[in-house]
Design a protein around this ligand. Structure first.
Ligand SMILES: [Mn+2]
Length: 333
């Protein structure tokens, strides 16, 4: 952690202390409900009784971990959301844009964004804060805060929440960096967590026959195209797009794209292996460029990103493929 980050944590602590003095402070998760966003919200909420983890959706892995640990998390309605009266502030974790939380945000409440995406579409007002760090998971930022300002909150269960977010966002440490390992070590040190069995628990996910069917159909529809200097393998599927994209990367795709159309909305999910990001691909930037061109919202990380909007599926796919075509390729390493 550098001096600027230490200073930011100090400012965040002051912001949070004041907000909690004014009233309840919801800690809102991203609408994908992945383990990083849910784990971050629950772990941070353990540091003060006025904080409450909440969100519109809890993803599959996060749901299993939350149920297993009986962790406090409040599901809120996406429409006509009822916020607590006299909120002292609102914290949003692991979401790069207002559209990624899935609810209408309350007016006139100071906000703090805690995120690690490469892109950010938040507009900050006076009294708002943004903690956007270049780390592999938002739970790393949360743990840094807890270590410095609420060490008592770092129970084994809280550490498991943090660790689970780090494990899943790094793809079981396949996309980790030195900082991610350092965070993992902090989370495990002086805990009684058995890392290997916790990992086994996280990985013991079952696939239903219908899900297996859609994954297989998605694979059988996959097409490989050349776009400028890049190879893209793309398909569409109604579910488990992230997992399907990971499988496409496993076929040797330089860029994997899975699209989905549902209820008038198209969603693009893209993944790229490290070899592609090292040669200049940044999927998060590509997705924001698409949003600028055809509308909707897009962003994310270099090797994992998404876009969603009202355009039909074929037009969105074409926009992605066209954007990739103009992405320069660095000399092979
Ligand atoms: Mn994340």
């Amino acid at each position: 952690m550098n001096a600027a980050e230490q200073e930011q944590l100090h400012a965040f602590h002051a912001w949070l202390t004041e907000a909690c003095e004014r009233g309840p402070v919801p800690v809102l998760t991203g609408k994908n409900g992945d383990m990083d966003t849910i784990g971050s919200a629950i772990a941070l909420s353990a540091s003060h009784p006025r904080l409450m983890a909440c969100g519109i959706h809890i993803g599959r892995t996060a749901k299993r971990v939350v149920e297993n640990l009986q962790a406090p998390f409040r599901k809120i309605a996406a429409e006509r959301t009822s916020w607590p009266a006299a909120m002292g502030g609102l914290i949003i974790v692991d979401a790069a844009a207002p559209g990624q939380v899935g609810v209408q945000l309350p007016e006139g409440v100071p906000m703090c964004i805690i995120d690690h995406h490469a892109t950010s579409d938040w507009e900050l007002k006076d009294g708002d804060m943004n903690l956007q760090w270049e780390v592999r998971a938002t739970t790393q930022i949360i743990d840094r805060y807890l270590m410095a300002y609420a060490p008592m909150a770092r129970s084994d269960d809280v550490r498991k929440m943090l660790l689970a977010g780090l494990i899943t966002d790094t793809g079981r440490f396949r996309h980790a960096d030195a900082g991610a390992f350092e965070s993992a070590q902090h989370m495990l040190t002086d805990s009684s967590i058995d890392y290997a069995s916790f990992l086994q628990f996280i990985e013991s996910e079952t696939t239903s026959p219908s899900e297996r069917g859609s994954l297989l159909r998605g694979l059988s529809r996959a097409k490989s195209v050349e776009s400028g200097p890049w190879n893209i393998v793309h398909t569409y599927s109604g579910t488990l797009e992230g997992r399907l994209a990971g499988m496409l990367v496993g076929t040797g795709a330089e860029i994997a794209l899975v699209s989905r159309f549902r209820d008038g909305q198209t969603r693009l999910t893209a993944r790229a292996p490290r070899s592609s990001t090292q040669q200049g691909i940044h999927l998060g930037h590509l997705m924001s460029a698409i949003a600028e061109r055809i509308g909707g919202e897009g962003g994310g990380h270099d090797g994992a990103a998404g876009w969603s909007g009202n355009t039909d599926r074929i037009a969105a796919e074409s926009a992605f493929i066209a954007q990739v075509a103009i992405a320069k390729r660095k000399e092979d390493l």
